[in-house]
Design a protein around this ligand. Structure first.
Ligand code: FAD
Length: 483
């Protein structure tokens, strides 16, 4: 059986951050990915945008700098039009948000979301402060692979799933992979989004919305329920020399059959001028679970054809585009979550860094409470300052040599709706592996023994953002490197 210092399962945002950080620190890593792409949601599912927000100054910035050297690989958007700002008297209303590449913006401009008012009346705030990072998914995946290869310390096995987990004496002992191989390591990181490893290792997990009585979250429902953040099948449209409304297959209705009206769309320009169409959402999260993944994907593929027909019909500008790509993976925003040594809740989001007292904050975030289709209708949506994620959110109570670094980390449903962004997940991966390196060098038995102060100081040395206001030396680093 091959033995490694660390096995990372899942090569999405969290898994890439974990594998790269570990390999850069000289840890011998195996990265196992069940699909044939690196990048997870950000590539295979077409979620080719890093949304606006604090954090993202460590490995995400390194990846951005690589992409920037390649023509049409990456850009920065500004919000151009939005359905909430439109004046219907002025003509057809843009059916969602339009995010256009803005060559005047820099990476630093993409690193703040908090402070937005509750409604879309304050259009100037969003147009001034909200800038995200769209990229070309295939180039992004290739650069991820190149960065890992350059370390000389990371073995990548694609098309390989984790099938079984062997546990003994509070430790994962080995994994059996879909290829039939068994592999072992001193430490493991679960970055599978659906926390497959943690679940198979017997860790406590939860799914859906917790009752208010559990964490006393103001926006939580009174009773627990199975509502999940909605899922989206993303598609791409490309300019055509033959404008018109694309024909709809005969078996697909032109009217919306799954909701009272067609969903709005977030339309983000690719660096090459195409648009990424993200219908918000295509299917409710619980419907995906009820149908099962394959049937849900097939139904979403029908819905987006009707959605595109609708967009072209109500907004003539879209008639100059044709549908050119449908993501091979369905974008699932929410699944099972770890119930770890600490559960991040709405109280952390509302308290923000100035009100939190944890001494193990290892990542900061400021995305709004963003529950696409699963709203309970209470509580403020936008955040007024960044909040911190404690290291304990990555640690299961039951297993000593496992960290969870993906959207299924130990967050309440409401906290997860804010925390799940791609750059935040990549940072969690970087954190988990920096902790593994400390445990490895210090011969520690459990990741929970890693000293928080030492971990924070190692992360700060890797330019990971941990405090607000942003330290001047971090600003200087981001400006100097983004030339
Ligand atoms: C439609 C949609 C739109 C979004 N919009 C944005 C946005 O605009 N900006 C933003 O920043 N974030 C956005 N998000 C959120 C963000 O994309 C995700 O939360 C984030 O990418 C999740 O990263 P992850 O590493 O947790 O999981 P993933 O990226 O899902 O990676 C998990 C990986 O694990 C692999 N895997 C799963 N099971 C196994 C197994 N058994 N063995 C081996 N490998 C396995 C999967 O194949 C996958 O590659 C969006 C999400 C969705 C769904």
């Amino acid at each position: 059986m091959n033995h490694y210092d660390l096995i990372v399962v899942g090569a999405g945002s969290g898994g890439f951050g974990a594998a790269l950080a570990a390999a850069r620190l000289g840890i011998k890593v195996l990265l196992v990915e069940k699909s044939d792409w690196l990048g997870g949601n950000a590539t295979r599912c077409g979620v080719n945008v890093w949304e606006t927000g604090v954090g993202g100054t460590g490995i995400p910035f390194d990846l951005y700098k690589r992409l920037k050297k390649i023509p049409h690989a990456v850009g920065i958007y500004s919000i151009n039009r939005h359905i909430c700002w439109a004046d219907p008297a002025a003509g057809p209303v843009f059916p969602g948000g339009e995010l256009l590449i803005d060559p005047t913006k820099h990476y630093l401009d993409t690193l703040r979301q908090f402070g937005a008012p509750e409604d879309y009346g304050e259009r100037v705030f969003r147009q001034t402060h909200w800038h995200g990072v769209p990229f070309e998914p295939e180039i992004y995946a290739a650069e991820m692979e190149a960065m890992l290869a350059e370390t000389g310390c990371c073995t990548v096995w694609k098309d390989t799933g984790c099938a079984k987990v062997a546990v003994g004496d509070r430790r994962i002992r080995s994994l059996t992979l879909s290829s039939g191989h068994s592999v072992s390591a001193d430490f493991y990181i679960d970055a599978t989004a659906d926390i497959v490893v943690a679940q198979r290792a017997g860790c406590a997990t939860s799914l859906g919305q917790e009752p208010r009585s559990l964490h006393q979250e103001p926006s939580a429902p009174l009773e627990p329920n199975d509502r999940l953040n909605g899922s989206t099948l993303i598609y791409r449209v490309t300019r055509t020399d033959h404008p018109g409304i694309e024909p709809l297959p005969a078996d697909i209705p032109a009217t919306c059959w799954w909701a009272s009206e067609f969903p709005v769309a977030s339309c983000t320009q690719y660096p090459n001028g195409d648009f990424n169409i993200n219908s918000l959402p295509t299917m409710q999260g619980r419907e995906v679970i009820a149908l099962g993944y394959l049937k849900a994907y097939a139904e979403c593929a029908r819905r987006i054809r009707a959605h595109w027909h609708h967009l072209q019909s109500v907004f003539p500008e879209f008639q100059s585009f044709r549908m050119s790509w449908i993501a091979p993976g369905l974008g699932v925003r929410e699944g099972p979550r770890l119930q770890g040594r600490y559960i991040l809740t709405e109280h952390d989001l509302d308290a923000g860094l100035s009100g939190q007292t944890h001494d193990d904050i290892i990542t900061i975030a400021d995305h709004c409470k963003d529950t696409h289709g699963a709203d309970t209708g209470r509580g403020a949506r936008n955040l007024q300052q960044p909040y911190g994620v404690p290291f304990r959110c990555l640690l299961p109570a039951e297993i000593d040599n496992l960290a969870v670094a993906c959207r299924g980390a130990s967050f309440s449903s409401i906290a997860a709706s804010s925390c799940r962004l791609s750059r935040t997940m990549m940072q969690l991966g970087q954190v988990a592996s920096t902790a593994v390196a400390l445990a490895h060098d210090g011969h520690l038995h459990s990741l929970a023994e890693v000293p928080s102060a030492e971990l924070r100081s190692r992360l700060a040395a890797q330019h990971v953002e941990l405090t607000w206001p942003r330290p001047p030396e971090l600003v200087a680093h981001l400006q100097a490197e983004d030339d």
